[in-house]
Ligand binder design. Structure first.
Ligand code: FES
Length: 66
């Protein structure tokens, strides 16, 4: 799926950049070029950063049998 239409940057490239250390829209702009034209994709980039950096919810701890 294309995230940044202006620069033809796909979701996979954005996620890979985040996993490689990008932590802001500016980082993603440097790494992929996304958001460097019209800026419409910025909110989506912010969402992807939050999604990638949020640890998955862990299952509830098992009851401690005694
Ligand atoms: S859609 Fe990303 S800069 Fe225009």
């Amino acid at each position: 799926m294309i995230i940044c239409v202006c620069k033809a940057v796909g979701e996979r490239a954005v996620r890979e950049a985040i996993r490689s250390g990008a932590r802001s829209v500016a980082d993603l702009a440097r790494a992929t070029g996304a958001s460097t034209d019209c800026g419409t994709c910025r909110d989506h980039l912010v969402e992807l950063i939050a999604e990638e950096l949020t640890p998955p919810a862990s299952p509830p701890a098992a009851a401690n049998p005694r």
